[in-house]
Design a protein around this ligand. Sequence first.
Ligand SMILES: *Cc1c(COP(=O)(O)O)cnc(C)c1O
Length: 401
Amino acid sequence: MSKVNWDFYDKNGFTRIINVNGTMTGLGASMAVQPAIQATAEIMPHFVNMHELQEKASSVISELTGAEAGFIAASASAGISMSIAACLTGDSVGKIEQLPKTIGQPIKVAVQMGHLCHYGASIEQAISLTGAQVTIVGQSTQVLDHQLEYAVSNEAIAAVYVVSHHVVEYGQIPLKRFCEICHAADVPVIVDAASEYDLEIFLADGADIVIYSGHKFLSGPTSGILAGKKDLIKAAYMQNLGIARGMKIGKESIYGAMAALKAWKKRDHAAIRQQEQSALKMWLKTCENINGITASMHADVTHNPLDRLKIQIDKTNLGASAGAIALALNSNNPKIIVRDHEVELGYIQLDPCNLAQGHAEIVSTALTSIFEQAILGNLPEPDFNKSRNSSINSYLNWISN
Ligand SMILES: *Cc1c(COP(=O)(O)O)cnc(C)c1O
């Protein structure tokens, strides 16, 4: 039997879960690292001057990113809203208290069409709840320089650039060029790099503020890390006097995120990669010599130092579709959540970055038995339209049945 200890799940009546999807809000983001866990507990019984705490956070952020300043927000999404609000108000407390009212002032925010993503909620809404308004630049798979030049020279107060697997991968303006064009029009660039590993490159490419999630690869408590130009960071922080009050972050998450950042710097990244590789190789072996299954390792699309296993499924040869395999894994005990956002293309992916001890073996065993069921023709095919909408239905069905 596996070495996995499920006591926490069983005593609370929680569904047992193995996450091979990646960091996911719906599953509680990531498995926190010990230093972050200890830090959150350590600060809980104490009072602390929150400005002082955020000033220490600023130093930690500067050290890791090279930014002039930084602070920690409730989430990356909150960080996007606070950054846009900063571009609307600067350090005017009067303006800060007025938002989302912006009577008579420029409010446009330029975003490439292919970057208007959904990360559980829409980025356009995170921008527009400040009172700002998105100007769409270009078309989904092609944006040319003149289109951004035109957008930022027409009453734009900011431009947003998203680095993510959620956005269109080609045909977009590269970040460096994007920043040159925006800066020529005196428009600051806010980069959403919520799930990116590289803490320096986006600032080095010219971003005025870059935003990371504290609870994704950093494995800290739920939080957003903002790093950038001092004036803009200060104006973003000042939004706590206004619209960001409802996005309040607690002392434990600030202190925990600081600990996660420090731990990130010291982490043995090579050893972690090695561990991930051994899980991937085990799964690759599980998929070998099965008619209808082609498995291969794939590098992350945004160049994070991470590989995933892509399992391509030929429904005719296997006897079940990729969607049916995903559904069967999801119905397993423990529930195995795979990366299935491109399932209509005939594949699922396994992400090894959130595995606890013993998880990889359970995934392997479950795959073997599910493939056997598929070959026997025993796997039900999911209703694709139902599964496409499952994230919404999970809300609609909450506490109603
Ligand atoms: C996850 C994600 C967000 C939201 O991050 P939170 O910290 O959970 O608010 C925003 N943008 C992108 C690209 C993301 O991947």
